[in-house]
Design a protein around this ligand. Structure first.
Ligand SMILES: *[C@@H]1O[C@H](CO)[C@@H](O)[C@H](O)[C@H]1NC(C)=O
Ligand SMILES: *[C@@H]1O[C@H](CO)[C@@H](O)[C@H](O)[C@H]1NC(C)=O
Ligand SMILES: *[C@@H]1O[C@H](CO)[C@@H](O)[C@H](O)[C@H]1NC(C)=O
Ligand SMILES: *[C@@H]1O[C@H](CO)[C@@H](O)[C@H](O)[C@H]1NC(C)=O
Ligand SMILES: *[C@@H]1O[C@H](CO)[C@@H](O)[C@H](O)[C@H]1NC(C)=O
Ligand SMILES: *[C@@H]1O[C@H](CO)[C@@H](O)[C@H](O)[C@H]1NC(C)=O
Length: 425
């Protein structure tokens, strides 16, 4: 090689090294969630740089503004790590504040050494009770394997800004179904969701697949609102928030987290329902969500729908019924199932207008390494609809002050295979 070629070769090699190093370390897995305060949005992102040797000396921040490329405010991020399952990256967590409702914002996050993410856009939450229809997608039990159809279908639905929130009923990633060290599975999972979760808040409950090593990965990578000011040991696992005409209550049925009378979560749910029932004119709809179903009729894992669902009902059904919860969402079973309004095992009405008991939705067909199931009990009185194929799927919900529409989507064709509208005066 002559000198010129050598120089050129070296320059190219150095450029390649530089690019690959900076790519390896640039902000990734960017995702948003609501906080316990109005006018805020939390951003979590990860940089694959060892926290203990470099990450902890870094200060990350996010800049946000109303116009692309023009940022009017910057918010500092905290950083953390964990050492289980081979993880050694740096997790940044920042809260954007003073946001106006229902407004588009542009933002970028990063730090001086790794550089900044590309610019993302999100729409802030509306004021509670806003007089318009809100649109969100909802799934459960989605991992990085077998979810390609769901992701392809969601990519169509979430391409623009028609949808404004993602609601997940537990089991995110399924890393614990892979050999240790498996932290990379969650890196893949949050990278897979970044195109969606960087543009709208992603609100979730925990599930049994999030429990690995005392939830260490779950608790570092996501942070949900913590509005409860009472004595709380489990405050990272239950919360409530308003989004337009809907009040959401999320609670945990995994990790040995109790929901029986006198438990911390039971007290929270009772108090939260009492509070929301003083202002149902603002949020007419109340949705409760946890991972485990309360009403279901799958024969796969038979115990889930009988001893287990029965036990959950004994603990909390009365509270949900008296608190006038409209819709209960769960996952866990890798299938879709929708009930009629039902209380104590009896259908109270087949009409969905001013229903006097909750409708129970099981939506755990997002797709994961364990596969989906389609074996059902026959002739179940409370069952109004259920999935009949192994196809993956998720729901789209459209809610205004008087109407709550559920569309269950077969992801293989982006087609609606179950549609109902609950309504109230
Ligand atoms: C960080 O973890 C990765 C595997 O995830 C490993 O390849 C790398 O050597 C680790 N770095 C340090 C500095 O421990
Ligand atoms: C944001 O972080 C960058 C990189 O560390 C730093 O240069 C900048 O001053 C920070 N901005 C603010 C407003 O703190
Ligand atoms: C809500 O909006 C509709 C149409 O935009 C309007 O007709 C109605 O009066 C509004 N209701 C309230 C309570 O503002
Ligand atoms: C998802 O993967 C399955 C199985 O490999 C394949 O049949 C299907 O075409 C894929 N779907 C998409 C949207 O890529
Ligand atoms: C929190 O945990 C402690 C120790 O287990 C227990 O004594 C206390 O009652 C718990 N608090 C609540 C609100 O459950
Ligand atoms: C609420 O949604 C229903 C059904 O789509 C529609 O008929 C009604 O006009 C909407 N109400 C408002 C206030 O937007």
């Amino acid at each position: 090689m002559n000198t010129l070629t050598t120089t050129l070769f070296c320059a190219l090699a150095c450029l390649f090294l530089f690019i690959s190093t900076s790519f390896a370390q640039s902000p990734e897995q960017v995702h948003l969630s609501l906080t316990e305060n109005a006018g805020e949005m939390r951003v979590i992102w990860i940089v694959q740089v060892n926290f203990n040797t470099q990450g902890q000396y870094r200060t990350g921040n996010c800049s946000v503004g109303l116009t692309s490329g023009k940022y009017s405010a910057t918010f500092t991020a905290t950083s953390s790590t964990y050492s289980e399952q081979g993880f050694n990256g740096t997790i940044f967590n920042a809260v954007l504040k003073n946001l106006s409702p229902d407004t588009f914002y542009y933002y970028t996050c990063g730090d001086a050494i790794s550089g900044y993410s590309k610019e993302f856009t999100f729409k802030s939450a509306p004021v509670p009770g806003v007089n318009r229809t809100i649109h969100f997608v909802q799934w459960g039990d989605m991992g990085v394997r077998n979810s390609n159809d769901s992701i392809a279908s969601l990519s169509k639905d979430l391409a623009g800004f028609d949808y404004e929130m993602i609601v997940i009923g537990g089991d995110s990633g399924y890393q614990d179904d892979f050999p240790s060290p498996n932290a990379y599975i969650l890196d893949n999972f949050y990278n897979m969701l970044e195109p969606f979760a960087s543009k709208m808040p992603m609100m979730m409950s925990d599930g049994n697949h999030d429990e690995q090593q005392s939830y260490v990965q779950f608790l570092h990578r996501i942070q949900m609102p913590q509005p409860w000011t009472g004595a709380a040991n489990l405050s990272r696992f239950y919360y409530s928030f308003d989004y337009g005409p809907v009040h959401f209550i999320v609670y945990s049925t995994d990790g040995g987290h109790e929901i029986g009378s006198g438990s911390e979560q039971y007290n929270f749910i009772v108090a939260d329902l009492a509070k929301v029932n003083t202002r149902r004119s603002i949020t007419p709809w109340v949705v409760a969500m946890t991972h485990h179903p309360m009403y279901c009729s799958a024969l796969t894992n038979y115990e889930r729908c009988h001893p287990q669902a029965t036990a959950f009902r004994k603990q909390i059904e009365q509270v949900l019924y008296e608190g006038k919860v409209d819709v209960h969402i769960s996952g866990h079973n890798h299938m879709m199932e929708r009930s009629y309004p039902v209380y104590q095992g009896k259908v109270t009405s087949k009409s969905l207008h001013n229903a006097d008991a909750p409708v129970y939705l099981v939506n755990g067909a997002g797709g994961n390494v364990e596969g989906n199931a389609v074996i059902w009990e026959l002739d179940v009185a409370h069952r109004a609809a259920h999935s009949k194929t192994f196809h993956k799927g998720y729901a789209r919900m459209h809610v205004n002050s008087t109407h709550f529409e559920w569309d269950y989507v077969d992801a293989s064709g982006n087609t609606i295979i179950d549609n109902v509208v609950l309504s109230k005066d």
